[in-house]
Write a protein that binds this ligand. Structure first.
Ligand SMILES: Nc1ncnc2c1ncn2[C@@H]1O[C@H](COP(=O)(O)OP(=O)(O)OP(=O)(O)O)[C@@H](O)[C@H]1O
Length: 257
């Protein structure tokens, strides 16, 4: 071996947390909501979850995030699921109105980050979402889209390895929504967390995801009705024939169930 050959550079560790759902099921009393969900989600994949209202999308996210315990089956992660590993972002920003923007972002940091380090980390992540100048303001003076940016910054603050999005852009106007999609995609490309993104909007799912999971709201509980790879280059070209064809397939499955 040539003594001057550069040492091989080890591959960067994948940031995302992969997960495996095995025959996962959930019910509330006699009501079955999710039934026999089997899924392997590799680290760093962007997965969109779509399905009719009430099919169990939010329930699935809550189970993955550990906010509820499944009544059947199991969830396994391919790495440690410590306190900072998983974050969830909702349709409403859920900010603390009595705290300024910076302090709202700091809420997402682990307690082990102390003092000035808390402020500087929160400032850095606010800059990532384009709100560096608004750190000292109250949530009430921000627009809906800006509040969701703060919520995104709070969710990102701990450097999560899995980010669960529960219809996070659902309340935004169409243009802000498209802007936010671009922001989410850019940050995911930089940070490579695993993304589970619930949306009602099939074109949003196709704009963002590597893979679209359609949950069927059947009589006996939701199951995976379609698991579709979206193997198209990014940024996706809205209105392209390829996206329209995939959208047609998803909508056909959605309305035939
Ligand atoms: N805590 C609960 N107790 C009883 N039933 C519940 C509870 N949470 C959810 N459900 C029921 O479980 C089903 C699935 O709810 P979930 O919120 O997961 O659906 P979803 O697909 O996210 O719906 P949407 O798209 O309308 O938000 C619904 O019928 C709902 O009423």
């Amino acid at each position: 071996m040539n003594a001057h050959a550069p040492l091989p550079v080890p591959p960067a560790p994948a940031r995302g947390l992969g997960l495996h759902l095995g025959r996962l099921g959930h019910g509330f009393g006699a009501k079955r909501v999710l039934d026999r969900i089997d899924l392997d989600i590799p680290a760093g994949q962007f997965v969109a979850i779509v399905g009719k209202s009430g099919c169990g999308k939010s329930t699935l996210l809550r189970l993955v995030a550990g906010l509820d315990t499944p009544t059947a089956g199991h969830i396994a992660f391919d790495g440690p699921r410590d306190d900072a590993a998983i974050r969830i972002m909702f349709q409403e920003p859920r900010l603390l109105p009595w705290e300024r923007v910076l302090a709202n972002v700091e809420v997402g940091l682990p307690a082990s980050v102390k003092g000035e380090e808390r402020h500087s980390r929160a400032r850095a992540i606010l800059a990532e979402v384009g709100l560096a100048e608004r750190a000292g303001e109250w949530p009430a003076v921000l627009s809906g889209g800006q509040r969701q940016r703060v919520a995104l910054a709070r969710a990102l603050a701990s450097g999560p390895r899995l980010l669960a999005f529960d219809e996070p852009l659902g309340a935004l106007d169409a243009l802000t929504r498209i802007e936010m999609q671009g922001l989410v995609e850019r940050i995911w490309q930089e940070q490579r967390f695993t993304a589970l993104f619930v949306t009602h909007d099939v074109s949003e799912a196709l704009a963002l995801a590597d893979r679209v999971i359609l949950i069927d709201a059947g009589q006996t509980g939701g199951h995976v009705a379609l698991d579709l790879a979206v193997d198209l280059p990014r940024p996706r070209r809205r209105g392209s024939a390829e996206l329209a064809a995939l959208e047609g397939r998803i909508l056909d499955t959605l309305f035939s169930s």
